[in-house]
Design a protein around this ligand. Sequence first.
Ligand code: 2P0
Length: 319
Amino acid sequence: MKKTVRAHTNIALIKYWGKADQAMRLPAMSSISMTLDEFYTDTKISDSEKDRFILNGTEQTGKSAQRVFSYLRFLQERFGLSGHLQVESTNHVPTAAGLASSSSAFAALAGAFSSYYDLQINRQELSCLARMGSGSACRSVFGGFAMWQKGNSDLTSYAYAINEQPEMDLHLLAVELNPNPKELSSTNGMQLAKTSPFFQPWLERNQAEIDKMIEAIEQNDFTALGQLAELNANEMHAVNLTAQPGFTYFEPDTIRAIKLVEQLRREGIECYYTIDAGPNVKVMTRLKNVKEITKRFISEFDNVKIVNASFGPGIKYLD
Ligand code: 2P0
């Protein structure tokens, strides 16, 4: 039986930023993502005398291990299973990327669990299980462009593929400006965001934004995709700024990066940004502009690290 499972991280183009149900991890809105080739997690589960979580060769204790163990207990209960397990994960998500690894981590863990017990579940069911580990993980079950339909119950809230092998000329430059861990977790940030007077109006726009993004994907329209992804990211950060109390993940360098993207556009170099729950910036562009944009970021910022990513595949069973 194949037991090592690989899942790639994804970046949301239409963001998930708010829960309708905390315990079931049901989102307040639907979201759309791009799965990335450069960043992934490999995870294997095996028998053990006690629960163990080994990450990049080091046994983990504390919060991160507890989150993994309680997720495994949840999965075991759901399928009427028991027993201790060892989880071995390798993260191929360079800290340099400034990307969160929870999407690939929990998608790989859900996949490894299903493989270890030979659960014979389909990708939709696997996506539901991954969602319970970390919301964004449900989208990493699929490659290319994935859509997480918010649903209104455990069984109706899952992701599916929009197009797993897109032809769009789309590159995502993960620009790491600040390597420090974020001060406010996504879970807490999302909860605060709901206190913004703009949260509800933003939610009301969700279906129209989803429809527009699907149209941009289907029509291979990079410009429409980039403009909408940038707008949606700014809406998320506007909601954070106007929460009660307001907050932001932006650092001064985040603003400088935004201004550089705007400047590049004025020069005719088409690119757009998206920003998640942290200060780092992701720049979307076409292959022909990757070199020039990379050069400009390196000349504007000290110690900046940039990884050029494109479309990655869905979950893979490796051995
Ligand atoms: C996303 N993010 O759609 C959004 C955009 C960050 C900004 O999903 O609480 O780790 O585990 O469900 O998935 C990050 O939050 O949150 C996230 P939980 P998750 O990708």
